[in-house]
Design a protein around this ligand. Structure first.
Ligand code: NAP
Length: 269
């Protein structure tokens, strides 16, 4: 039986890509789509597939009333201020959830985990669904054990609403975990222009670049006296995220609570 999928944020850049990927997957069925900005439009037409007969609903409640929505998997690529309510509403309705929307706090992620466990449901969130990005984070964490200093430069398109990126935050967390300690704090520095040294998480400096023309890119630069090592990943097209999203949709029925990070599916299977 096909895995039934509801796409939230279906009119957005990622949502359209997810609609195309789900429609192209033989084991999945697109049963509903949500995006208040595109209510009433056909989800397939928005995604460049032609008419699919799946109208975009103006709210999740409306989508949940559609045939086939019961027990489906919600895939959310919306906005930092919308995703928490969407995920909670989906869990209350008994849906499993895969979400890529970034910008949630640790507290909100914890609440999602608890709500999912209480209902015996699975949620998978990856701040980056591209396999190359997952490997970049892993290699950076491994290398950070051998380097005194590390800084992260993340670069995204100019429509991105949150900064720093969820990928950069996750990378800094993985570096701290791999090292078992915070990185050194450079307290002696003077910032002549506030923000010039970026933000700091666990002692790792993060610099966010936003420019038209970019998609999603990250560089981790590690330094030791006399040498640097640069690990870089580029998502050149949003198709790069789709194998990871489809994998999460296939796996979310097998997990309980929140699974955070695509690496948990790739390396712990
Ligand atoms: P986008 O183009 O702005 O698309 C988001 C869409 O969601 C917009 O059409 C937006 O409408 C709609 N929306 C807002 N609130 C909604 C709600 N309550 N219910 C349903 N739809 C709603 O953004 P994007 O580039 O696709 O990115 C979406 C999110 O995914 C961002 O947080 C981004 O950082 C993240 N992302 C994650 C990955 C990953 O691998 N994890 C990769 C790329 C992007 P309005 O424009 O009217 O607000």
């Amino acid at each position: 039986m096909a895995i039934r999928v509801i796409v939230s944020g279906a009119g957005g850049k990622m949502g359209r890509e997810v609609v195309r990927a789900v429609r192209g997957a033989a084991d999945m069925e697109l049963v509903a789509a949500v995006d208040p900005s595109y209510a009433g439009r056909d989800a397939g037409e928005l995604a460049g597939l032609g008419f699919t007969g799946v109208p975009v609903s103006g709210s999740l409640a409306e989508a949940l009333a559609r045939d086939g929505a019961h027990g489906a998997c919600l895939v959310d690529f919306t906005a930092p201020d919308a995703v928490y309510a969407n995920v909670m509403q989906a869990l209350e309705a008994g849906l499993r959830v895969v979400f890529g929307t970034t910008g949630l706090s640790d507290q909100e992620l914890g609440q999602i985990d608890r709500a999912a466990r209480e209902r015996g449901l699975g949620v998978i969130h990856a701040p980056n669904f591209a396999i190359g990005a997952v490997l970049m984070m892993r290699f950076a964490a491994e290398a950070a054990r051998f380097f005194d200093e590390v800084e992260i430069i993340e670069l995204h398109h100019d429509q991105k609403k949150d900064a720093p990126s969820g990928t950069a935050v996750k990378t800094a967390e993985m570096i701290r975990e791999a090292r078992g300690r915070r990185s050194r704090r450079l307290d002696a520095e003077t910032e002549v222009l506030p923000g010039a040294r970026g933000g700091e998480l666990d002692g790792v400096r993060i610099h966010s670049v936003r420019l038209p023309g970019l998609v999603a890119h990250q560089e981790v630069i590690l330094g030791l006296p006399g040498q640097t090592l640069t690990i870089r990943h580029d998502s050149l097209d949003r198709a790069s995220f789709m194998p990871g999203v489809l994998l999460a949709i296939r796996k979310v029925g097998e997990v309980t609570g929140l699974v955070y990070g695509l690496e948990r599916l790739l390396f712990e299977a």
